[in-house]
Design a protein around this ligand. Structure first.
Ligand code: NIG
Ligand code: FE
Length: 427
């Protein structure tokens, strides 16, 4: 077979080779590292991964693009399984309140926070939302991300929720990054339903879910299960309805208060439970038992000044597969930078560089149910590849606050060169 692209002499080729299942415990530390690695691509697929030279049956000719991987680390394209990509406006006005000690849930209770972004998102046109989210996707691509999950939840009415999801769908078609959509109509309680939460849940169940499903706009359904937002019973009800439409459950669980979100995630067999800063020991054990992925979001803890992080070490010990995300959104985590999140996961949650890479590749792929196509560098998988100007993965996390990407290959095409999106990719 003829190779279109070959990356050779790779100092650290991090393959994540193994089965297409979420990695737990010690497996999270085994990243299938090959020193002096080589990888060959034909069309949009990986056709060879190994050490040293290519085998005889893989041909190269003068059309083959040869990339020198000396001094570089090559990993699967990074995957972010939890973002609120599509939204209007920004919330830098909350910084001052936060610095004066006002809490996240109090800002929300006062009609700010998520509800302020709901107002901006309702006002924004399809094109406004598209252009803003596209800009973020470009940044994400330059940081090595090739697949990103995107939630709705800044509409809280059927029309605006669908507008957000349609933007995500169009970006999935237009942009090199694959965008995986999640319906999150239950992200906050609109002011007018403050005293009638069940009325709002009726709209989610009887209007939003059927319409979102009919237009095939979401693969997952997520709920913000939190004190003063949606209770465990309300979350259960919404997710069980969503399942009837084939939407797979995710939960914003135990982010601030220990409400029992982790336990519920195990009960409804959610694909992931996210945040989990306040998750109970019992809840974590139940998640381990059911194989629910913990999507951890250390950037959010830092930015909300929560003062603690999710217990990643405990989760890994218990056998919970851990993934990591930016939680990119205009309030609790206004950053697209997964490399910064990787740094925080190491320094603030004591995850090793190997565990961190596992968490942003194969485990993140499992969290968006794409593990058969992406998340590891193996023959037959999609050629989604990140090439870092770093000799090893520890270096990426050690030298923090900068973008280490040299190139990104998406679907077998070089889309980022010298850390910048190639002009031909700009839509
Ligand atoms: O994951 N916690 C709820 N949702 C988002 C924040 C959204 C916002 O503040 O706009 C989160 O942190
Ligand atoms: Fe979130």
């Amino acid at each position: 077979m003829k190779a279109d692209i070959v990356v050779e002499n790779i100092s650290s080729l991090v393959t994540l080779e193994g089965d297409n299942k979420p990695r737990t415990g010690n497996e999270m530390g085994n990243v299938g590292l090959i020193e002096d690695g080589i990888i060959a691509i034909s069309d949009d697929k990986i056709i060879y991964v190994g050490k040293g030279k290519l085998p005889q049956d893989i041909q190269i000719d003068n059309e083959t693009k040869i990339i020198n991987g000396e001094g570089k680390t090559v990993t699967p394209g990074l995957i972010d399984p939890h973002t609120h990509l599509v939204h209007g406006g920004s919330r830098e006005n909350e910084l001052d309140m936060k610095l004066k000690g006002m809490k996240y849930l109090d800002i929300l209770e006062a009609g700010g926070g998520i509800l302020s972004t709901v107002r901006s998102t309702k006002e924004a046109s399809f094109d406004d939302l598209y252009n803003k989210a596209k800009n973020s996707l470009d940044k994400m691509l330059e940081l090595g991300m090739t697949t990103v999950e995107a939630k709705s939840g800044y509409g809280l009415d059927t029309e605006t929720e669908m507008k957000q999801l349609r933007v995500a769908k169009k970006l999935n078609e237009d942009h090199p990054i694959d965008v995986v959509s999640t319906f999150m109509g239950a992200h906050a309680i609109p002011k007018e339903y403050k005293d009638n939460v069940d009325g709002f849940i009726d709209i989610i169940i009887n209007d939003m879910l059927p319409k979102v499903s009919k237009e095939n706009l979401a693969e997952f359904c997520d709920v913000f299960c939190e004190e003063g937002v949606f209770s465990v019973d309300q979350t259960r009800k919404i997710l069980n309805e969503a399942k009837k439409y084939g939407m797979k459950p995710k939960i914003h669980a135990d982010e601030i208060e220990p409400l029992g979100g982790a336990e519920l995630a195990a009960e409804v067999e959610a694909v992931s439970a996210d945040h989990l800063v306040a998750a109970s020991e019992k809840g974590m054990e139940m998640m381990a038992d059911k194989g629910v992925i913990a999507d951890l979001l250390p950037g959010t803890c830092l930015n909300l000044k929560i003062g603690k992080m999710a217990k990643a070490r405990k989760m890994i010990e218990l056998g919970i597969p851990v993934a990591l995300s930016t939680d990119y959104n205009p309030g609790s985590s206004p950053t697209e930078n997964i490399q910064l999140i990787m740094y925080l996961a190491g320094l603030k949650m004591n995850m090793t560089p190997e565990e961190v890479i596992t968490a942003v590749t194969i485990n993140a792929a499992c969290s968006v149910d794409r593990q058969k196509e992406i998340g590891s560098l193996e023959e037959g998988k999609k050629a989604d590849i990140a090439i870092f100007n770093a000799p090893n993965i520890a270096y990426i996390m050690y030298h923090f606050g900068i973008n280490h990407i040299d190139k990104v290959i998406k679907n077998g095409k070089i889309v980022v060169e010298e850390g910048k999106v190639k002009k031909s990719q700009i839509i």
